[in-house]
Ligand binder design. Structure first.
Ligand SMILES: *Cc1c(COP(=O)(O)O)cnc(C)c1O
Length: 439
């Protein structure tokens, strides 16, 4: 039933958009291309990116400074070309979205506005399994306000024996402790477990408790449907190099709910890109910020970094998140089925929630002792190295024992999933056997 032929048939019936992307050649295994499961870390390059980027470079060569107004895509309003597609991607009003800087920088700039500890209300609530950059960011914000990070940052843990957070537990915490919470800052999809939190319910609970609620959407943007405006989310930020396929270190996105726009009482750090474009060149000493998320911009943006974001967002506009999500659920469900078929007898468990509404396209596996047979030291790192070099299957490891696989609905195939399961079955020795790695 779960044969290679069956995987090929599924691909013929449900092909995705792999032809729009460069898929790296494999250096191991018997297939020409890698089976790429690391799109949650660095998305693949759209084929259109190179020509679009060269157009922008050619405009600079041809026009020099006049390109600000006369380029095919003029540089002065360039960031505005990204606003519509970004807003559609995250369910924001166009006035609520902006592409700028990088993710952690945006989190800091947004916390300048939205982390304002006062009186007893000083705490920042994050997940215990928050990405380290987010932990460092909130700790340094607490310290910046003269607070003790150890007492200010509250880290929510799953229940003993469980791997993921329960929405009801997060909501209960906010009900019980909410009057001391200044800011809730959680990952929409957790980078490690792949868990998708109930953003609407947690936002509601946080705001009802009088806190501000922000989301790190690094693993959610381009992965799961989002309705930030309708959910009442105060602010959010995400990077564009994971599911958004905009290249290493690509520019990030930011969202600010319109209820905060144009509020003169709100602290913001400013530069000349924070002011109304029409007044930018009046060279006045005092800014006139627009009543939009653009007011959070500071510097003029790097055009050659914006280009790849623009190109990639066109793909999301063309395919649409509903279609992408539907294929994502089919593909991830199929990978889950394949993994369940090889799990009996092998030290592999699936950490990611089983319900599709509680996850995106990432499945995180916990691989037990001896998982990487025949490799000194074993462990997740050794396993991912073998998967890559011997089978051309690209996954990633989070020490000590998590291997992450993300079948990305834009470009991953059912055959990729089949290859991954084959490679894992060949590499992970069933418990109780002593022999080589092919049993
Ligand atoms: C990838 C990721 C980051 C990376 O931060 P940068 O500022 O882009 O380097 C931060 N937080 C989360 C949750 C991530 O997944």
């Amino acid at each position: 039933m779960l044969t290679e032929d069956d995987a090929r048939r599924r691909d013929a019936a449900d092909p995705g958009h792999r032809d729009l992307f460069h898929v790296p050649p494999a250096t191991g295994g018997r297939y020409a291309e890698v089976a790429y499961f690391a799109g949650n870390s660095l998305g693949l390059q759209p084929r259109a990116t190179r020509a679009d980027l060269l157009d922008d470079l050619d405009d600079w060569a041809r026009l020099g400074v006049e390109g600000h107004l006369e380029a095919g895509r003029p540089w002065l309003p360039y960031h505005e070309f990204l606003t519509g597609p970004t807003a559609r991607l995250v369910g924001a009003l166009p006035s609520e979205a902006v592409v700028m800087n990088s993710l952690t920088v945006n989190l800091h700039l947004l916390m300048v506005s939205f982390y304002r500890p006062a009186g007893d209300r000083t705490r920042i609530v994050i997940e215990d399994s928050a990405f380290p950059s987010d932990s460092y960011a909130v700790r340094s914000q607490a310290a910046f306000h003269g607070l003790d990070p150890d007492r200010t940052v509250v880290r929510l843990r799953p229940r003993p024996g469980e791997d993921t957070l329960r929405t009801a537990d997060v909501v209960d915490h906010l009900r019980a402790e909410g009057d001391r919470v200044a800011l809730v800052l959680l990952g929409g999809v957790n980078y490690l477990t792949g868990e998708l939190l109930d953003i609407a319910a947690i936002t509601d609970a946080g705001r009802s408790a009088g806190a501000l609620v922000g989301w790190d959407l690094a693993h959610a943007a381009g992965n799961v449907p989002l309705r930030l405006h309708d959910w009442g989310v105060d602010f959010a930020a995400w990077c564009s190099y994971k599911y958004l396929n905009s290249g290493p270190g690509a520019l990030a996105g930011a969202y600010v709910h319109e209820r905060h726009h144009g509020d003169p009482a709100l602290a913001r750090f400013e530069g000349w890109w924070s002011t109304e474009p029409a007044t930018r060149f009046e060279m006045t000493p005092v800014s006139r910020p627009p009543a939009t998320a653009d007011a959070w911009q500071i510097s003029n943006p790097p055009i050659f970094a914006m280009g790849p974001v623009r190109t990639s967002l066109q793909i999301f506009d063309k395919v649409g998140m509903p279609a992408l999500r539907a294929r994502s659920e089919r593909l991830t469900g199929y990978l889950e089925q394949l993994l369940d078929a090889i799990r009996p007898g092998r030290p592999i468990s699936i950490v990611t929630p089983r319900e599709s509404q509680r996850r995106g396209c990432q499945l995180s596996l916990r691989v037990g002792a001896g998982a990487s047979a025949g490799t000194a030291g074993g462990g997740a790192q050794a396993l991912t190295a073998r998967l890559r070099h011997e089978y051309g299957v690209i996954t990633d490891a989070r020490e000590p024992d998590i291997v992450r696989l993300a079948p990305v609905p834009l470009y991953s195939t059912y055959h990729d999933c089949w290859r991954a399961a084959q490679a894992l079955a060949a590499t992970i020795r069933p418990t109780g056997t002593q022999g080589g790695d092919d049993d």
